[in-house]
Write a protein that binds this ligand. Structure first.
Ligand code: 48F
Length: 254
């Protein structure tokens, strides 16, 4: 086969433009492709919903790639083992109820499940603002490209519409802050010291709709709820992503 450079370029621009035009009107926008956002994307996609994942970095995976202190292993506790099974992630039992997996395999397999389920990924794209109109509900996201942010170029963003937004931005809880900082009534209590058992036990109660149209999941949920951090145990992240998906599905049914 004889290759033509311009055809390669046209194929990329044409296909990505088609996807962007389609996905600028979403059932659910997930901001952040860490473990909670990826889990949520895969499970919502499996429900046949139109899901877009917006990730400011080049790679997906958030804080899961690195495992603990660059040892690429994660621990998942008994309560979330069924999600390892769901995504076909291998694990070994270290001690009763402590399962150890490869962080790289975990990110790859949940991402793969999300892609298979039809979720689209917009990487190198960051959320810089939200759309809130007269109905006082998050109904869109204002996005721009990360290299524009990094270089400080003065280039206006674009906007997408979404019925439900999930803040899966981790410790920074970026979307919650964007809403709060412009006067939306969101109470952000801030993250506490490390206490793995408490942080993991309470994360599901913090995973909720905190403003009309906006759900927090993962470490963002704990940061907003004033909860502790947990370090490299990831069961809570997977379970929180699952709960966020269930909440989003219920909101979309209304
Ligand atoms: O931090 P992150 O992995 O979030 P998570 O799903 O998981 C937390 C754990 O990794 C770990 C932990 C528990 O074990 O404490 O830290 O709650 O992933 C968050 C993702 O959001 C992206 C960021 O690059 C990362 O990949 N992100 C942050 N701000 C923005 C964003 C933004 N404004 N727009 C788009 N993506």
């Amino acid at each position: 086969m004889k290759l033509d450079e311009v055809t390669i370029s046209r194929a990329i621009v044409s296909e990505q433009s088609r996807i962007m035009l389609d996905y600028y009107d979403l059932d659910c926008a997930i901001v952040g492709a860490g473990p909670s956002g990826l889990t949520c994307a895969a499970l919502l996609g499996e429900e046949g919903l139109k899901v877009g994942v917006i990730e400011k970095k080049l790679s997906v995976g958030g804080g899961m790639w690195g495992g603990g202190m660059m040892f690429p292993r994660i621990v998942v506790q008994e309560e979330a083992r069924r999600l390892l099974d769901h995504f076909d992630i291998k694990y070994k039992e270290y001690e009763s109820g402590y399962f150890v997996s490869s962080s790289v395999e975990a990110v790859a397999k949940i991402t793969s499940a999300a892609c298979d389920a039809g979720a689209e990924f917009f990487n190198l794209t960051y959320v810089e603002d939200v759309v809130i109109k007269g109905d006082n509900r998050v109904s869109g996201l204002v996005i721009n490209q990360t290299p524009i942010q990094m270089t400080g170029l003065h280039i206006d963003p674009l906007t997408l519409a979404t019925k439900v937004t999930i803040d899966a931005t981790g410790h920074d809880s970026v979307v919650a802050h964007l809403v709060r900082d412009k006067g939306g009534s969101v109470d952000i209590k801030g993250e506490g010291f490390m206490w793995a058992d408490r942080a993991e036990s309470n994360i599901l109660s913090h995973t909720k709709e905190i403003f009309p149209g906006l759900i927090v999941t993962g470490m963002a949920a704990n940061a907003v709820g004033g909860e502790r951090r947990m370090g490299p145990v990831f069961g809570g992240m997977l379970l929180s992503g699952e709960k966020a998906a269930k909440l989003a599905k219920a909101m979309l049914k209304k």
